[in-house]
Design a protein around this ligand. Structure first.
Ligand SMILES: Cc1cc2nc3c(=O)[nH]c(=O)nc-3n(C[C@H](O)[C@H](O)[C@H](O)COP(=O)(O)OP(=O)(O)OC[C@H]3O[C@@H](n4cnc5c(N)ncnc54)[C@H](O)[C@@H]3O)c2cc1C
Length: 494
């Protein structure tokens, strides 16, 4: 069995590992980094353009980030933190473009106005309140609001054409919203990494097992998917950026911090437009309100996309349920993840969330007619012949043991790391790829604290992300400076 030693072994070649690898390489180009991906290609799971919605999540249009509280109030705290985290991402991407590590930005990000659209008196009142609160904060300056059908028709003609007259409607718009092709971005980051001698990509290799090494760090077993040959890699640091595959690997690591975690998979589907004339008439991401009982990630939206350089129009996602943790996974993933330490949390989540499970299963068995009817809420003149159904990626929501030993279902992301900082795993999937930069900064702060403090990494971090260490929520002037720079560099200005 071959044994090789590296500084960092990153499992998976999706948005998370490619961001972390790029960041680590910039902080210290001499670090030996090995990226291991079980599929034949980079970013063919959740990160691929067709498997996610490609929304640069900045909380401009996603109504689930601003919940209603009480009778006429809206909580915008989550929106502020997501928006500022996306600003961090935009700064990192701008640095990569300016330093020539990424090509022209239109290869992975394109300006696409972000709009929220609602109908009905109650929803209009909610959107107006949300707009008043958000537009008063510097992060959301420039957000527009209208209840005028003629204005809305200019903003989103397909959504307004054929709509019942007299219905109260309202929308907000932020012109510098973005559509991101996270798959292309990950592949471009890997192309750049592959130019460095200190980086190695192992495609078609699965991480099968990992154990603490007697020499420090981790001993990781890899299987060549084509030959079944097993090799061993010793790594000083391991990152489990395996998407839905992260939980089983975290369990195999047996670090005490993994105790009690479980996963709840939610699948998704899109309606994809095949009529070029229709595709050309829409240029926005239009997000609505989630149906009652629906999980937060199934907020319906009608999206202009640019995937692998080609414009597309997608509607969805329709949520669904399977026991697979990855799109290319096994139906045994969920049952295989049940262990003595997470059995009670998983059972209690199952019992507490029967409505969610029923909702997801009913979504799976939805007829095409009923899917078209949901689409027509947003595109009243949609024609059956123009649309086909496609599968999206898998998201594994976190089940976590609470103080009473029971479980709670979480819809965010979480880093689980061991005390000595030699291993970190990313669980969960939302807000996802958009906030990967902030999430990977958190990994570095936890696992490379000494280098950050003593090896000049902090200064390099500020070079890449000028707002590093400061709050964009608090500092309007700093936000103004970095946003001007990122909008120009990434060509997101209207
Ligand atoms: C329907 C849907 C819509 C979404 N919409 C958005 C959006 O609009 N905006 C946004 O920012 N985010 C969105 N997301 C979330 C976003 O796609 C994910 O957060 C992000 O892609 C996760 O990246 P990752 O690298 O963690 O996982 P992945 O992209 O899934 O990559 C993990 C990789 O690890 C590999 N792997 C797994 N197990 C092993 C193993 N044992 N050995 C080796 N390799 C392994 C897999 O093959 C895979 O390539 C969406 C997700 C879904 C499913």
């Amino acid at each position: 069995m071959t044994v090789k030693t590296v500084d960092a072994l990153l499992v998976g070649a999706g948005a998370m590992s490619t961001t972390l690898a790029t960041m680590l390489n910039k902080l210290d180009p001499s670090l030996e980094i090995c990226m291991v991906e079980r599929l034949d290609h980079v970013a063919h799971e959740s990160t691929d353009g067709w498997n996610n919605a490609g929304t640069g999540h900045a909380a401009y249009c996603e109504l689930n980030y601003t919940p209603e509280v009480g009778k006429n109030d809206v909580n915008i705290d989550k929106a502020l933190s997501i928006n500022s985290a996306f600003e961090v991402t935009l700064q990192f991407w701008s640095h990569l473009v300016k330093s020539g590590s990424l090509p022209e930005p239109e290869n992975f990000i394109n300006r696409t106005p972000h709009m929220s659209f609602v109908w009905g008196k109650k929803n209009v009142a909610f959107l107006k309140k949300r707009y008043e609160l958000m537009s008063a904060h510097h992060l959301f300056q420039g957000m527009e609001y209208s209840e005028d059908p003629e204005v809305l028709e200019q903003w989103m003609p397909l959504v307004m054409n054929g709509r019942k007259a007299g219905q109260p409607v309202a929308a907000t718009r932020v012109n510098h919203g973005s559509d991101c092709d996270f798959g292309s971005l990950a592949r471009l980051m890997v192309n750049n990494l592959e130019k460095q001698d200190s980086f190695e990509l192992k495609l078609a290799h699965s991480v099968e097992d990992l154990q603490r090494s007697s020499q420090g760090g981790w001993s990781v077993l890899l299987k060549d998917e084509k030959t079944d040959k097993i090799t061993r890699v010793r790594a000083k640091f391991v990152f489990l950026g395996a998407g839905g595959g992260a939980l089983p690997l975290l369990q195999k690591s047996e670090i005490p911090e993994s105790n009690g975690y479980g996963g709840f998979p939610v699948s998704g589907q899109w309606m994809v437009c095949e009529n070029e004339e229709v595709i050309e008439q829409h240029h926005a991401k239009v997000y609505g309100k989630a149906a009652i009982g629906a999980p937060p990630m199934s907020v319906p939206h009608l999206d202009t996309r640019v995937i692998n350089g080609k414009k597309a129009l997608l509607f969805g996602p329709y949520a669904g349920f399977t026991t697979k943790f990855l799109k290319h996974g096994s139906v045994m993933d969920l049952p295989g993840s049940i262990q003595s330490d997470n059995l009670k949390p998983m059972m209690s989540v199952g019992m507490k969330n029967m409505d969610l499970t029923k909702y997801l299963i009913s979504e799976v068995f939805q007829s095409m007619k009923s899917r078209m009817s949901s689409l027509k809420d947003y595109l009243p003149e949609a024609q059956d012949k123009d649309w086909k159904l496609a599968n999206a990626g898998q998201r594994v929501q976190i089940i976590k043991k609470d103080a009473k030993g029971k479980g709670s279902l979480e819809f965010g992301t979480e880093i689980v790391s061991c005390e000595d900082g030699t291993l970190a795993a990313l669980l969960g999937a939302s807000p996802g790829a958009s906030t990967a930069t902030q999430t990977m900064i958190d990994v570095i702060e936890r696992c490379f604290a000494e280098q950050l403090e003593n090896n000049g990494w902090k200064e390099k971090m500020i070079e890449m992300i000028p707002s590093y260490g400061q709050s964009l929520i608090e500092d309007g002037e700093l936000l103004g400076q970095v946003r001007k720079m990122t909008l120009e560099t990434l060509k997101l200005n209207a």
